[in-house]
Design a protein around this ligand. Structure first.
Ligand SMILES: *[C@@H]1O[C@H](CO)[C@@H](O)[C@H](O)[C@H]1NC(C)=O
Length: 510
């Protein structure tokens, strides 16, 4: 049976993928009655001669699942547009907006910026980055300031994220930052030169490596691979102006401009004991930009010497490698690897940040969980899938105060694909799931990580099961026996993304 699925699955997957990819970048799509895509999807399932009855049911179920996700997304998009329309009329009722109270224009809507963006926690690769540097051979993109996206992210406003991409055999010119930097090698083979007081220490960086670079450190980077691009994530924690960091080039000329060129000739001549003409000449030479191609010989010259690999000198290695560390948790549906700052001198410890890596097997999901203290900045580094976050903030404005004794929650959902980022604030339950085709791999910086706990709503030791029966019974206003039956589950943390069996049977005769 398994082999039979494999034979025709590619066609099917291709189809699902096409469906899924229409969810892109919060686009408006008009709803067609009885979605023809769903119809075709199901039709395809039934047409597969080599499918067994059970295979067909799985296939149909998947059509429904992905169709459901797509719908959800569209509904949210529509709601977003609706809300934008009534943007000004702030005190309207939540459920049915009559178009009557059009232009209210009550006192500077900016007050507290309460009318939040619909997707305050979702960052798209194309829409939410500024390209800071772009040369023929590489670029550096910086994620917009978190508070520029949403006031809800004030807690992490000091933190900035940059992505460096460099083509094969390139040199990323020496510079220092007025920020502490946590560098993560997403993909590629790099050498990093770290200029110390009296020498340069060289680090070999492989995919998954983490290196913490203190503010002010002169570093240069080489992509030593002959073919592959290098991708580095750099989390900047500014030490001067909150939420803002700058780079300073020492060696340079016209491009990159040397920071020394800001000084007067008299000062330079006196400090460097060289005639003006010589200095002028020196600072005129470099015009290659801050990322540029170098030859194989130059790469070899810059690389750490092979002969000195052992025993004492030679290349240093990163603080740790997130991809090869033993995982914190692992089952057949996913792996979680967490690098807690153990060394009290490390920057991770100083800034109270944990780096983690989640590898969700295809067709699987994480449990529904929340962090007690940490704000999660997550970046998809490979694979596709989805995300849902429960958020109390977004509906708060349009809610009437005395209707209920508790907040209403809004679902933020997004399609996940490589290069996308999302933020999950503490206390907010969320879930991530992978596509049918490939693993979903997510890199996370967990800010405010000390004392953080993960609490789950499903799986072993979830917080509903762990609650004493009388309290649970009162909480749900339902017999605890039934509640326990619903919430008890042997697996933890990662599950197959499957609907329960009864659901499958019901759908079979659709
Ligand atoms: C993610 O898990 C898959 C197995 O499910 C494995 O092949 C892959 O190497 C893992 N990725 C990383 C970066 O550890």
């Amino acid at each position: 049976m398994a082999t039979k699925i494999n034979l025709s699955l590619p066609i099917f997957l291709f189809f699902l993928l096409a469906l899924f990819s229409t969810l892109a970048c919060a686009k408006k799509e008009t709803e067609v009655a009885a979605d023809p895509e769903l119809k075709t999807c199901k039709h395809q399932c039934l047409q597969q001669l080599q499918y067994t009855k059970a295979d067909k049911q799985i296939c149909l179920q998947s059509c429904d699942m992905y169709h459901g996700l797509k719908h959800e997304h569209e509904e949210q998009t529509e709601e977003k547009i609706r809300k934008k329309k009534k943007h000004e009329g702030t005190t309207q009722e939540h459920d049915e907006e009559e178009e009557s109270g059009e232009k209210e224009e009550e006192g500077e809507a900016e007050e507290g910026g309460e009318e939040e963006e619909e997707y305050p926690y979702i960052f798209e690769e194309n829409c939410d980055f500024d390209t800071k540097v772009e040369t023929e051979d590489g670029r550096i993109r910086v994620l917009k300031k978190f508070t520029e996206k949403s006031k809800l992210l004030k807690g992490i406003e000091n933190i900035r994220l940059a992505i460096l991409e460099a083509r094969a055999h390139t040199f990323v010119a020496p510079r220092h930052f007025d920020s502490d930097v946590l560098l993560f090698n997403i993909k590629g083979r790099a050498v990093l030169g770290w200029v110390k007081e009296s020498e340069t220490e060289k680090f070999i960086l492989e995919s998954g490596d983490v290196l913490a670079i203190p503010a002010g450190t002169q570093v240069y980077i080489i992509n030593r691979d002959e073919n592959e691009k290098l991708f580095l994530a750099m989390l900047h924690i500014p030490v001067s102006t909150p939420g803002k960091f700058e780079e300073f080039f020492g060696p340079g000329g016209r491009d990159p401009e040397s920071v020394l060129s800001a000084f007067g000739w008299n000062v330079l001549q006196a400090a460097l004991q060289s005639p003006k003409g010589e200095l002028e000449k020196l600072f005129e030479q470099q015009n290659g930009g801050s990322i540029f191609q170098i030859s194989r010989e130059q790469v070899q010259k810059l690389a750490p010497k092979k002969t000195s690999w052992w025993p004492f000198s030679g290349p240093s290695t990163a603080e740790f490698n997130l991809f090869t560390m033993s995982p914190t948790f692992s089952n057949s549906h996913g792996t979680l690897t967490e690098a807690a700052p153990s060394d009290s001198r490390s920057l991770l410890h100083k800034h109270n940040i944990m780096i983690s890596f989640t590898n969700i097997t295809k067709e699987s999901m994480s449990t529904i969980l929340y962090n007690s203290h940490a704000t999660k900045i997550a970046m998809v580094i490979s694979g596709k899938g989805g995300l849902q976050i429960a958020c109390p903030h977004i509906t708060s404005r349009s809610q009437t105060k005395h209707e209920k004794s508790s907040p209403s929650y809004h679902r933020i959902s997004a399609e996940l694909k490589p290069g996308m980022l999302f933020v999950v604030p503490p206390g907010h339950p969320f879930v991530t799931f992978s596509s049918r085709k490939e693993n979903l791999q997510i890199l996370c910086f967990e800010i405010n990580a000390r004392d953080n706990k993960k609490f789950t709503f499903a799986g072993k030791d979830n917080i509903v099961s762990s609650m004493d029966d009388p309290a649970k019974e009162l909480g749900f206003n339902y017999p605890s026996k039934i509640v326990n039956r619903i919430f008890d589950r042997k697996e933890s943390l990662f599950f197959p993304f499957q609907l329960p069996r009864q659901g499958r049977d019901r759908r079979a005769d659709a």
